[in-house]
Ligand binder design. Structure first.
Ligand code: ADP
Ligand code: MG
Length: 299
């Protein structure tokens, strides 16, 4: 296992089980995730796939049941209260889906951005300077005196991004940040996130149920049933006529024990069920539906 120093985020075989009365809900079941410093990635999964659970664990709000999780050199499974507070104030920034959870309604945009710095003991002049800089970064320099109810939903989320960046975190986590936005505002928010990512080098993880978001980032991790199932990588390639084109590459995720989740449409296309036949070729592996033989008594 590579050392923490090299990764912004490392989740290794992460498990989260919620106990509700005498029921157990497995929200994460062996999730692996590595994010490099300065990456902007999306984690995409259907409702109930474990995204918010992951956000809470990465944010130091909740602890995993088992597995390893390290963010910016902090081992989140063994933080004492003091280090946990430091971690939540300085190392990680949050944007929540509910716009109301991100901003205080009776404070202006500038006052919202300043608040985390005030709580952290940053001096007045430095606060003012940073607030101006951050609101400019998210393209809202001219809205600094507006309260949230005088801003559009998209503008509120961009103020939320500036607020989350106030104390210069290493990692920014955004749970469904576009959940309440229309397509136009959603595209604008992603443009803001790309600018922020480029200008400040903060590592950004966007968690969302919206698969189209993968068009907005270079790398998308698909989680299914609390586990990383596939990745989409987007990169510029040179086409046949020498022109630059964006290509998307789909990759399945292989876990440490060799488990692989096949895309549901592949499984359906060949009616794969229960068991498959594997063939090892010199440079690839083939998978066939199991042939039914006479005397197969297992169905
Ligand atoms: P997502 O954000 O992808 O919709 P969640 O992380 O919220 O998924 O939920 C994953 C699973 O864990 C779901 O089955 C959900 O019902 C369950 N779950 C989430 N939070 C709790 C909780 N506090 N107590 C019990 N079950 C929970
Ligand atoms: Mg959620």
């Amino acid at each position: 296992m590579p050392s923490v120093g090299h990764h912004a985020i490392l989740c290794d075989n992460l498990v989260k089980i919620y106990k509700v009365a005498d029921l157990e809900v497995v929200a994460l079941q062996g999730l692996d995730l590595v994010v490099e410093p300065g990456e902007l990635i999306a984690v995409v999964g259907a409702s109930g796939s474990g995204k918010s659970t992951l956000q809470n664990i990465l944010g130091g709000v909740d602890t995993p049941t088992a597995g390893r999780v390290e963010v910016a050199g902090f081992d989140l499974t063994s933080l004492d209260e003091h280090r946990r507070t430091h971690y939540r104030r300085r190392i990680v920034g949050f944007v929540w889906q509910q716009t109301a959870r991100n901003l205080l309604p009776y404070l202006t945009a500038a006052e919202n951005v300043e608040l985390p710095m005030t709580l952290d003991g940053v001096g007045r002049a430095e606060r003012a300077r940073r607030t101006e800089e951050l609101l400019a970064l998210v393209g809202l320099a001219d809205r600094s005196g507006h309260r949230p109810d005088a801003l559009s939903g998209g503008e509120q989320q961009r103020v939320a991004v500036a607020t989350a960046l106030a104390n210069g975190p290493s990692v920014l986590l955004a749970d469904e940040p576009t959940g309440e936005l229309d397509t136009h505002s959603s595209n604008e928010l992603f443009e803001t996130l790309r600018v922020v990512n480029r200008e400040t080098c903060v590592t950004i993880v966007v968690l969302t149920h919206d698969p189209l978001v993968s068009e907005q980032v270079q790398r998308t991790i698909l989680i299914r049933d609390g586990r990383s199932a596939a990745e989409t990588l987007r990169r510029l390639a040179t086409g046949p006529e020498g022109e630059e084109q964006l290509v998307a590459e789909e990759l399945a995720v292989l876990d440490r024990t060799g488990r692989l989740q096949l895309p549901p449409d592949y499984v359906a296309a060949l009616s794969l069920e229960r068991r498959v036949r594997l063939g090892l070729e010199h440079d690839h592996i083939s998978i066939w539906p199991q042939e039914r033989r006479e005397g197969d008594g297992d169905r």
